[in-house]
Write a protein that binds this ligand. Structure first.
Ligand code: TYD
Ligand code: MG
Length: 458
């Protein structure tokens, strides 16, 4: 009989310690240690049947067949795009996101779009009846979708062996357990062990698995950073629950780039693919309103235009408030400091609120210029020229710095009928501006941009 013992594991990075620690010496996080019961006396290789996928002989590079990875078309454009062109057979995909964001909906819907293809959805969270109820809301003509409500990994894998489906979804990794380890369901040891077993199974049988994982409020996958190392692909499903847009991002992808994003809209009957995001993100009634600027942004490799809204008002209480939604708060503070120091705007006694319309979180620094323009417009209560959009990162000296994928941004602005786009001056010279119908204007400093925007706006 294996001996049971207790060990302490950091739920953030997976480091182990013989006693409870307040702060993890490996990742530096506080209060992340949890108690776990383990079977001692077995090495990981024996107990987890190792990481070894199968016994293989080394091959010379020339002998390896370099055929393109075969991919399954998921019949879902946005999903295909993020995976890098489809699901690779035998791969293990982790679909992560906050509870309630739509992971189960997305996974079930993708399976329902598979037509005749045999697929399998195993859930440890819901009964088959509940899954059926959900499925009734979703569009799709799944003829060969099998459901199972099960929490034992061994039984799920037995069912997969019997069914031989082409795609398997497990919802979620935190609710299934293997009898091989004593640790409780959802614990780090269980999650890691189950994922390792699934990986091994997926590779030997060449069946792709999509496993769903919840992330905690800090935004990391609950517990296991370790999990991210095991799987081939990590997809994050994110968005604000109050809004209908959801973004699917590849954080890691062994079979494709991590720069693609997929955009969905949550509707009554499931998730709708959004193939042209700009049209939805721009409101039509913005003309004549102050505090709005349009940024030509890029997320991943995808250009889209987005509305940046600012509200500047006199601070009612002593300390002025600074708050931002969808944009990094520290970066907003930095930009406001540039505005004060370099341009001489007195914002000390003002509250500043910033919002990226549509509930998106934008990481692209090239929306800086639009952020400042929106703040300025609200502060002066003067609307900006509605036919102009902006792109440019703002440096500490108030200078406008180059952006990537400039041509795609310009093309997107032109496609959406904008009259003019302001871009970093240093990039204008390298650009054949005559190619575009849209007027392309280079700006060197934030003040240059303001001059153009305010003059044309009135
Ligand atoms: P769900 O997929 O259960 O989230 P997760 O698996 O990530 O926890 O989806 C949760 C929300 O989506 C739920 O609040 C209801 C909503 N929803 C719709 O708006 N339309 C739909 O068609 C479905 C199935 C769900
Ligand atoms: Mg769910």
């Amino acid at each position: 009989m294996a001996k049971l013992s207790i060990q302490y594991v950091c739920s953030s990075c997976g480091a182990k310690a013989p006693q409870m620690l307040g702060r993890c010496p490996v990742c530096g996080e506080w209060g992340t240690y949890v108690e776990e019961v383990v079977e001692s006396g077995k090495s990981r290789v024996e107990s987890g049947k190792g990481r070894g996928i199968s016994s293989t002989q080394p091959k010379r590079l020339q002998e390896v067949m370099a055929t393109e990875e075969m991919r399954l078309d998921m019949h879902n454009g946005e999903f295909n795009r993020v995976l890098g062109g489809g699901l690779v057979p035998g791969s293990l995909v982790l679909l992560g996101g906050e509870p309630g964001i739509g992971k189960s909906t997305l996974a079930l819907q993708v399976l329902m779009q598979q037509g005749e293809r045999k697929t399998f959805y195993a859930s440890g969270e819901e009964s088959v009846r509940q899954i059926k109820l959900r499925a009734e809301r979703l569009a799709g003509d799944a003829e060969n979708l099998y459901l199972s409500s099960e929490t034992s990994l061994e039984r799920i894998l037995d069912q997969v062996k019997e069914l031989e489906p082409e795609i398997v979804v497990i919802d979620s990794i935190q609710t299934i357990a293997t009898g091989d380890v004593e640790a409780s369901i959802g614990s780090l040891t269980q999650v890691r062990e189950c994922a390792t077993r699934i990986l091994e199974f997926a590779k030997t049988r060449n069946i792709p698995f999509i496993i769903i994982g919840h992330i905690n409020k800090e935004g990391s996958l609950a517990g296991p950073k370790v999990l991210e190392h095991i799987v081939d692909t990590v997809l994050q499903f994110e968005g604000d629950q109050q809004y209908m847009y959801r973004i699917l991002r590849a954080q890691k992808n062994r079979f494709g780039s991590t720069s693609e994003i997929g955009i969905y809209e949550m509707q009554q009957n499931g998730l709708r693919e959004v193939s042209n995001p700009s049209e939805l993100l721009l409101s039509t009634a913005r003309e004549g309103l102050s505090g709005i600027a349009i940024a030509a942004a890029v997320e991943g490799v995808r250009p889209f235009l987005i509305e940046v809204q600012a509200l500047v008002s006199t601070a009612a209480y002593g300390t002025p408030q600074r708050s931002s939604t969808g944009f990094d708060g520290r970066r907003l503070n930095m930009l406001l400091a540039v505005l004060e120091k370099r341009i001489g705007f007195k914002l000390l006694q003002k509250d500043v609120f910033l919002n990226i319309a549509g509930g998106l979180r934008v990481q692209d620094p090239s929306i800086d210029l639009a952020v400042l323009a929106a703040v300025l417009s609200s502060n002066m209560d003067v609307p900006l020229d509605a036919g102009t959009c902006l792109c440019g990162e703002v440096g500490l000296a108030g200078e406008i710095r180059s952006v990537n994928r400039l041509e795609q941004r310009i093309a997107e602005a032109e496609k959406l009928g904008f009259r003019r786009i302001l871009i970093p001056a240093e990039q204008v010279e390298r650009l054949d501006t005559k190619r575009y119908k849209i007027e392309v204007v280079g700006v060197k400093k934030v003040t240059d941009a303001f001059r153009l925007l305010i003059k044309a706006g009135n």
